[in-house]
Design a protein around this ligand. Sequence first.
Ligand code: PTJ
Length: 247
Amino acid sequence: MDEIPESHPRHESLTQRHRLEAGVDAGITSRQGLIAHGRGETFDYLLGERTLPSADTAERVAAAHLLRADHAVLSVNGNVAALAPDELVELAETVGADLEVNLFNRTEQRIRAIAEHLRDHGASEVKGLTADARIPGLDHERAKVDADGIYTADVVLVPLEDGDRAEALGEMGKTELVVDLNPMSRSAAVAAVPIVDNVVRALPSITDHARDLREQATDLDAIIEDFDPEETRAAAERQIRQGTTDG
Ligand code: PTJ
């Protein structure tokens, strides 16, 4: 990463690519993760590589859900682990959530590498290794979860999700907070709180909102009830299709 000067106009974007390359080399990120990132980059470019006001609102609502939860879990895949390990650990600590590794291209080796990576970045406990429960209705590897983690959580934050599991978690009655740069994705469509933003910006923003909400003893129920998930997706879609700035 040293070779990209900070003054380079694509510095942030190139840094993210380097993190993912390093993630693949370290056995954390899957090669498919590089393709998924490329898709995300396109949406991010069209969104102006910034947090839209509508996404910021969604991030505040996500913070409210995480603070109000009985048992919140942040689901971790190979992309988010490579892109934002510090931010994941900080958010988990701030809102008292568990971190659980849950992979689409699951191997024991990758699960262990990601758990170790998160511990290197300060996580005290990382779930996902036990995998003693299954999400009903899913026939791929993402169904494998910890009984005392995602399986029993009431609120789950799922960055860069695939639509299948997003739907299955919703059917289990969980409140899903989905970070996905594509407002038209199935995951965003089924989420209680779709956050159309880059996970690199979304996680620290949720943490900041959680601190503010707690400091100001804000009424969490009111924030959550006022939120319209369709409107936040529509605002992002308008930005992408028309380049309007009312997002
Ligand atoms: O680590 P694994 O094995 O669990 O695999 C993770 C990936 C991401 C490879 C897997 O879940 C996958 O294939 O995902 P999809 O179906 O390609 O969906 C990824 C979604 O995330 C797409 O809608 C992208 O636009 C979006 N996305 C990509 N990068 C980012 C992003 N959203 C937010 N922040 C990003 N940095």
